[in-house]
Structures are given as C-alpha cells and as structure tokens.
Design a binder for this molecule. Sequence first.
Ligand SMILES: [Zn+2]
Ligand SMILES: [Zn+2]
Length: 126
Amino acid sequence: MSPKSFKCSKCSKTANDKKLSVNCDSCKIILCGDCHGMTPTEVRVFELKTIARVVSFLCVDCKSLMAQIPNIMKQLEDLPKEVHHLRLRQNMLVTEGAIQELAERTKRANNIIIYDVPESTSDKPL
Ligand SMILES: [Zn+2]
Ligand SMILES: [Zn+2]
C-alpha cells in the first residue's frame, strides 16, 4: 500500500490523490475530492502550510454542529434556571405529599375500628 493512499471517511473509497483530500479541522476525518466539495485550487489554498492558516475546513457534520452551537449555548444558559424551577417544583410536590399523608393518617385515626365481629362458625373438614 502506498503511503500516499488514504481512505475517505465518507464514501470509504480508497484514493491516492492526497492533493485532493482534506482533513476536517474539527473531527480530523479525511474526505476525498468527491465528498468535501472543494475545487483543487481551494484545496491547495487550504493546504498552504507556509503561511499562518486562517482558513479552516469543516466537514458537513461539523458544520451543522457548529451551526447548532448558538442554540446549545442558549440552552446551557437556561439550564440553571430550569434546574432551579425543577427543584422548587420537587419541593412543592414533597410538601404536598407530606400534607396528604398527614391528612390520610388523621382520617384513619378517626375511623372506629369494630372488634368482636362474629367469626365464621362453619366447620372446616380436614
Ligand atoms: Zn469520498
Ligand atoms: Zn468534521
């Protein structure tokens, strides 16, 4: 196997043209020319290592993840608030439960338990 051959992470095609392959800067998968959707010129610019590279390539998966980051950040911001609300709600439920149990016990304590109920007189054959 030639050291220059690589396997595309997307289509699993083994290709030899390293020039047309691209590594995702985030998840480091290697994509072939068919899958990364860049022109050879774009790839060459992307692969320039002599200058400080400001261009970063992200695969489709990472791009869609990046697009979700603002939403995720927003959800993370709201999380402590939500936890606080849930705790309050839980406390309320616990208190409600305790009150109900207390009421139930009081009700039961007031019930008159009748003793001396005549037992069944039927003979049980052994
Ligand atoms: Zn591919
Ligand atoms: Zn990626």
